[in-house]
Design a protein around this ligand. Sequence first.
Ligand code: Q46
Ligand code: ZN
Ligand code: ZN
Length: 306
Amino acid sequence: MKCHCGKEAVVYLPYSKRYLCRNHFSTLVEKRFRRAIRDFNMLKKGDHVVVGYSGGKDSAVLLYLLKKLSAKMPIKITAVSIIEGIKDYRDQEVENELSKLPESLGIKHIFKYYKEELKLTIDEIAKKVRGSVCSYCGVFKRYILNETARKLKATKVAIGHNLDDVVETLYLNLIRNEPLRLVRYFNPIYKEGGFVPRIRPLMYVPEKEVALYSMLHNLGVIKECPYAHKSLRYFIRKQVNAMEERFPGTKFKLLRSFISLANELSRNASVKLNRCKRCGALTTSKLCMKCQMELALKGEKVEDYL
Ligand code: Q46
Ligand code: ZN
Ligand code: ZN
């Protein structure tokens, strides 16, 4: 099949019934990346962006596109890789492999280790918890990235969430009866000394297209984490993919709905921030999520801090 320009197509996009060649496909991904940045005012000249870089396709594409963007919009980029402590998933060899892309792009790259930051690895946490370890991992990762960015005096934290990730996260919030998180997701609340604003420039790019882009540009080196298949998110992913297959364009429509909902909700929702009673971080509850989880892992009672 051919692209509209006459060249051989590398992809068919069912939601817009188009065949695209390598160049036109890459242009489309890059356009969506820039549009998300514009729509949500994600970046401005002079920003220092800490990029959560796991080495997977998403964060590799994010790093690559941010570097490309920095030629037009001067921003400083630091890649941060968090090593969770998962046996046979990340070893020294993988760490060396991870460094190659930031090195080739001329981007400063640092490692952070669960073992040093939390005194616990994900493998150790997995032994202690019954449900999915991913909810712990997600909260701890966010904490480490935010702390790292704060110490570096960075102005933004960028994460490689693609369209699928964003839609899944929003679904998860609804399932957990946390609809107000929707508001904070798109209209985050920032405060001095608290959260470094998080941006998701790949939110308009479907997962499959990030994967293809990374393949076409030789990015992304890491295989999927062995715990990924045990989470609720994984089941939501399967459902959303089934809907997309049957009704192409569903993911984009869901994202648009979630954005409108968040805008509606934000008119009435007022979010009050407190200091966590254990660590002092900003939170909407009395204890921040990271402290609640640390206490649960230690078998200590949350009530002792309230
Ligand atoms: S690293 Fe952590 Fe992911 Fe592995 S344990 Fe789950 S959340 S799947 S992005
Ligand atoms: Zn073309
Ligand atoms: Zn806390």
